[in-house]
Design a protein around this ligand. Structure first.
Ligand SMILES: C[S@@+](CC[C@H](N)C(=O)[O-])C[C@H]1O[C@@H](n2cnc3c(N)ncnc32)[C@H](O)[C@@H]1O
Length: 289
């Protein structure tokens, strides 16, 4: 069978299943399957697939029909224009999380620090830490996760992107694996409430790791823990940069008020205009040592 007809059949098939981007999904699956660029499909639609390619492609389309995200099927996702290996032990990095990387880069100019020390909590695929290390060469990052399997993916991604010397990966919950002080604590923590979890698209609910998504009854359990426990791990003038869900701002403000440990609290909008993250500075008059 040639490229034109397999793409046509797969697109029809996925469209009938109600997927939002059936042609794109089919092209991405086929390009990975044939280890080629999508442009080739337009330049040479008459080329035929080998029997092995056809079998693999049909198998992948079948998995997609079952709702599995394309990134897990091909084992890869792009973040910050860098390639990341992904599997079902890690959250698929989302484009809106790039805004955390952007906010940090905007706040710190390379000349300001001899060495910028960053702690990332819940690194997953390593997307945020690897992107930061690729942009800031005077940075030392400690990236943690509670999941051993996720850390093994993150280590591979740091190596593949050539930044393994800047990041040390540690396993543990929240601040358990660290004793140092940092200029920045960054995290895209789980922030889905139990109720919202039931309404997630099936591709997310059934395939992405629950431990990367669920965060208590109102989805701010991780924010609370990081805000309440994080201050002693920040240096003077150190800042938190944390992603949150839409509609969690009021709850986050309450937690900050309760903690009384930070000032200069700023909410950061994502590309769609939603307040999606916040940054705050450790208060100097409150904490010593
Ligand atoms: C929403 S995912 C974010 C992954 C990645 N940073 C990203 O933005 O794509 C949250 C991550 O936090 C990890 N995690 C969950 N509970 C944790 C805990 N108590 N301590 C540290 N990491 C935790 C999960 O395993 C998961 O990898």
């Amino acid at each position: 069978m040639d490229i034109r007809s397999v793409l046509y059949d797969a697109t029809q098939d996925l469209e009938q299943m109600g997927f939002a981007t059936p042609r794109l999904d089919a092209e991405v699956l086929l390009s990975r399957c044939m280890k080629t660029d999508r442009l080739r499909f337009y330049a040479h639609p008459e080329e035929t697939l080998t029997e092995e390619e056809l079998q693999r492609f049909r198998n992948w389309v079948e998995r997609r029909r079952g709702g599995e995200p394309v990134a897990y099927i091909i084992g890869q996702k792009e973040f910050w224009s860098l390639p990341f290996k992904v599997n079902n032990n890690v959250l698929i990095p989302r484009p809106e999380t790039e805004m955390l990387v952007e906010a940090i880069i905007r706040t710190y100019s390379p000349g300001d620090f001899i060495q910028l020390m960053i702690l990332e909590i819940g690194t997953g695929s390593g997307a945020v830490s690897v992107a930061l290390a690729s942009e800031l060469n005077n940075v030392r990052i400690v990236a943690t996760d509670i999941s051993r399997e996720a850390l093994s993916v993150a280590v591979d991604n740091a190596r593949e992107n050539g930044v393994q010397r800047q990041i040390s990966f540690r396993r543990g919950s929240f601040f358990e694996p660290v004793s140092e002080k940092f200029d920045i604590i960054v995290s895209n923590p789980p922030y889905i409430s139990e109720e919202a979890f039931e309404h997630l698209p099936p591709g997310v609910r059934e395939f992405e790791p629950r431990g990367a998504l669920l965060a208590g009854t109102d989805g701010t359990a991780f924010h609370r823990e990081i805000i309440m426990q994080g201050a002693p791990y920040l240096k003077e003038g150190g800042r938190l940069f944390i992603e949150m869900g839409e509609g969690q701002k009021d709850r986050v403000i309450e937690i900050f008020k309760e903690s009384n440990l930070y000032d200069d609290i700023i909410f950061i909008r994502d590309y769609a205009g939603a307040e999606r993250a916040f940054s705050a500075r450790r208060r100097e008059d409150i904490i010593r040592g």
